[in-house]
Design a protein around this ligand. Sequence first.
Ligand SMILES: [Fe+2]
Ligand SMILES: [Fe+2]
Length: 156
Amino acid sequence: MTQAATTTQIFDILTQDHRDVMQRLDRILASPAADMESLRMAFAPVRAMLLAHALAEERAFYSRLKQNARTEQTALSAGGEHEIMTRLIEDLSGYGLNRDEFLSLLRGLADLTREHIETEEGPIFAEARQVFDRAMLDEMARSMIIEKSRMLQAVA
Ligand SMILES: [Fe+2]
Ligand SMILES: [Fe+2]
């Protein structure tokens, strides 16, 4: 593996997760099932992917950003967005919603997630590239892979 490929690995892992989760969200919204049970079934894997990604990302990536004065604030504000997304996911996982309410919350989650991802892949990745050396970025990539599989089991 070349040095350039190694340094970008953590960003590639996060970006691939972002693509996967947005594709699934957009697919549900593009042709939503008529009944709640099918909607819930379609949402279940998205819920797991999003929660596992956010939790693993906080442990593998943002925990390091929090330890650096230049990136601390960025990490805190991204963590705040994760909290809002998690609350929306919890609301979507309850049983009190009708179809319209569910779809409107899901649209909100998709919008929020898209904006969050744009910020991560833009300014946040740029900051991280400036602040961390290759060894730390490699460590983040390794940690992200381990934490994600752990978190996927935890949220399933
Ligand atoms: Fe992310
Ligand atoms: Fe995130």
